[in-house]
Design a protein around this ligand. Structure first.
Ligand SMILES: [Zn+2]
Length: 466
């Protein structure tokens, strides 16, 4: 369904795109920012400044709700918990202890067993499709309450970094907002209801960057958010051309991709503004957000974080750790001890941030090692996982750019991956990387892991001069 809607939207003339996007914007705004949202927002703003005992108490209460609903309304978790002899009384008495008894939820189970995992008590308000970095999409069922809570916590992040409701925003995300073949501006669409200008990340070629900057200067956003790779490309251009902007945003907030230090330096220089990193996921993982003092706080009121080191043991201070999360922002598709596939670096010693928030901090989000690709036709392309959207039958996939003119896709496929699927994948790749280069799609039995046992979903085998 998502694929068809996307196709219809992509083929519409620009004015209709604007209208359709704003109808969607209006409906989204109405759904997200309702009465319950306002209650949650106040609650979470208060928790940001609260003492650690109050935060921990809140965390225990929410965990108790997640576990109780899982026991009673999820077939998957219910079976596991009954087999372990876990009762509602146990949960009520000590939810953290119960959590420690639970097995880790693997990514493959989250993906393939979603119909068993869902919480049958909660009504579905939205169905999302995440195209994960490993290539095969995941379905997310969300209930209204969870949507309201996640937007409240996201807006609390804005509140903490000085962005207030009504501030003008620019967003660079992986959505295809304008026709990929378009050679002339606009490469953006304005969403009136969110005061948000959505800028395309698929038209960032040297020829177009000037018009992006002209538009930014006219729009004067107070917040710029989205993929760091896209904001980086614009920043590099601004710095290289010595362009001075006619506005200074209050904040730049990046998410969804690993923020590299070289990107932060370039972006902060171009916009004369601090870059705030934010970790979240469309599956509903709890949040990690950067504060005004530049520290990354674990938002304990959005979930429970556990850290596992490379040996599979609880990680110690200063270690690189795998993130295992339990979420309070997705009750419909519960995530309990979920191995989300991201890594972080823990702080060397237990530090207290002096921004006022008492929630613990970590050193760094290491994230995934997605790489930036480059073609002459499309310029820099920083996010390729959206190329798998709407496709069936891909078990695992890797995109390798051998040279600026050659892309190799190695994929492990099942029987659903037929010729039309292959053509669709090819079309998606061409939309993003251009028509003129060579594509080679190989169906393989295995994909070798990269250094440190990491899976490289995207790899570039030549040096890029930024
Ligand atoms: Zn802080």
């Amino acid at each position: 369904m998502a694929g068809i809607k996307e196709k219809i939207y992509n083929n519409l003339p620009y004015p209709f795109k604007f209208i359709l996007l704003n109808i969607k914007g209006y409906l989204n705004t109405k759904q997200r920012y309702n009465k319950e949202f306002k209650v949650y927002l106040k609650e979470h703003i208060d928790l940001w400044d609260a003492d650690l005992d109050s935060v921990t108490k809140y965390q225990n209460e929410k965990l108790s709700i997640v576990l109780s609903e899982a026991l009673e309304h999820s077939d998957w978790y219910g079976d596991i918990m009954r087999a372990l002899g876990i009762t509602l009384q146990d949960i009520e008495k000590d939810p953290m202890r119960v959590l420690q008894k639970m097995p880790i939820l693997k990514k493959t189970d989250r993906k393939t067993k979603v119909d068993l995992i869902v919480n049958k008590k909660r009504e579905t308000a939205m169905v999302g499709h995440t195209s994960g970095t490993s290539g095969s999409p995941t379905i997310d069922y969300l209930d209204l309450d969870s949507i309201n809570v996640s937007f409240a916590i996201w807006k609390r992040f804005h509140h903490a970094i000085g962005v207030i409701p009504g501030n003008k925003q620019v967003r660079f995300s992986g959505r295809l907002i304008v026709d990929t073949e378009t050679k002339k501006p606009p490469f953006w669409v304005y969403n009136y209801f969110e005061k948000q200008l959505l800028m395309s990340t698929y038209h960032l070629t040297a020829d177009n960057l000037g018009s992006y900057i002209k538009k930014l200067n006219k729009f004067k956003p107070e917040l710029i958010d989205g993929y760091p790779s896209a904001i980086y490309i614009i920043s590099k251009y601004i710095n290289k051309q010595n362009i001075s902007l006619s506005f200074t945003p209050k904040a730049i907030a990046v998410t969804a991709e690993t923020l590299y230090d070289y990107q932060r330096i370039e972006i902060e220089k171009a916009f004369n503004c601090h870059v705030f990193n934010q970790y979240a996921s469309s599956e509903g993982s709890p949040f990690i957000t950067e504060c005004v003092k530049g520290n990354l706080h674990l938002n304990l009121d959005s979930g429970v974080f556990e850290f596992i080191n490379t040996k599979g043991e609880p990680a110690q201070a200063g270690e690189i750790a795998k993130l295992v999360v339990t979420s309070f922002i997705n009750y419909k598709t519960p995530l309990i001890r979920y191995d989300i596939g991201d890594t972080v670096l823990l702080s060397k010693e237990e530090e207290q941030c002096d921004c006022g928030c008492k929630m613990p901090i970590i050193e760094k989000i290491i994230g995934r090692e997605d790489d930036i690709l480059w073609t002459e036709e499309k310029g820099y392309v920083g996010r390729m996982d959206t190329a798998y959207k709407g496709l069936k039958g891909i078990v695992k996939s890797q995109i390798i750019q051998e040279t600026p003119e050659k892309i190799i896709v190695n994929l492990i496929a099942d029987t659903d991956f037929d010729d039309p699927m292959k053509q669709q994948l090819l079309g998606n790749l061409k939309d993003r990387l251009g028509q003129k280069i060579e594509y080679q799609i190989n169906e393989v039995d295995d994909i070798v892991l990269g250094p440190n046992g990491k899976f490289d979903a995207v790899k570039r085998n030549f040096e890029l001069e930024f």
